[in-house]
Design a protein around this ligand. Structure first.
Ligand SMILES: [Zn+2]
Length: 273
């Protein structure tokens, strides 16, 4: 009797432990949460920089998002926005005036995440509005294309962040957690090593985070190639790649710099699951 009681008690404890552990694990093939974080804003003076010949001289407001993803007990940050030092200032950039309403550090703290908790930082590309806070995460593994590192750290350029850091250089796609839930999709053209992110969430479904493969919806609808892109041909191929992924997964396209779309989304500390 006594032995059976002990076995029952042990199995109850085992069940409770399994429950606790599985509560911290992602559903197979899906990440748990995605937080949209405000990583800056640009009041740009001429929209046609991104849409050659269209809306010439017309200003445009651009959002700048970071996306924090929880997968089981692990965190991945997608893009890091303008440097936190921009907060409280107005900074002239090649396209307009950059501002930052909140720091990334404060938004992470608000959801209880320390920079050292972030296992992976992945950046769509190395422009200043995406890599401004990479150095906030010296312990995280940076996921970036080899072609992007070679291009950004060319001897004639100012390094966008410290090169001596944990880094995994990619030559194409990557299934980040090995279960298909978060995939880096190689989409060169805006820069030589540009990449997008495909995320699967249990309720929200599949989402493509655009990076700068496209800057706003009208450009996506018309498949326009911005004048500053490093390759128009690669950009068109990447448009097709993204469209194919969206069709296959019935995925939404979340466009990082599309102010109207971003304003309609839930922002951290609220999240998508
Ligand atoms: Zn950008």
């Amino acid at each position: 009797m006594q032995i059976r009681a002990r076995i029952t008690r042990l199995s109850l404890i085992a069940v409770a432990l399994v429950g606790l552990v599985s509560g911290a694990l992602a559903q197979p093939g899906a990440a748990d949460r995605l937080y949209v974080m405000d990583c800056g804003h640009n009041a740009a003076s001429d929209q046609s920089r991104w849409s050659p010949g269209v809306n010439v001289g017309k200003p445009i407001e651009l959002s700048d998002n970071c996306y924090l993803i929880r997968h089981g007990g692990e965190w991945l940050l997608w893009d890091t926005g303008y440097p936190d030092a921009v907060a409280g200032n107005e900074v002239k950039t090649p396209v307009g005036t950059a501002t930052r309403a909140k720091t990334l550090a404060a938004q992470l703290a608000e959801v209880g995440v320390k920079p050292s908790d972030v296992r992976f930082v992945a950046v769509s590309h190395t422009h200043g509005d995406h890599v401004g806070n990479v150095d906030l995460f010296p312990e995280s593994t940076l996921l970036i294309q080899s072609a992007e590192v070679d291009w950004a750290f060319a001897p004639d350029k100012r390094p966008p962040f410290k090169l001596e850091r944990p880094m995994r250089k990619l030559d194409g796609d990557l299934d980040v957690f090995g279960d298909g839930s978060v995939r880096i999709i190689s989409t060169p053209g805006h820069t030589p090593g540009h990449q997008a992110l495909l995320v699967h969430l249990p309720k929200t479904g599949w989402v493509v985070l655009s990076g700068d493969a496209v800057h706003f919806k009208d450009n996506w609808d018309h498949r326009r190639v911005p004048s500053m892109n490093t390759s128009a041909e690669q950009t068109q191929a990447s448009f097709k790649r993204i469209a194919d992924v969206m069709a296959e997964k019935h995925a939404q396209l979340w466009i990082n710099h599309d102010e109207r779309q971003s304003a309609a989304q839930k922002h951290s500390p609220e999240f998508y699951d």
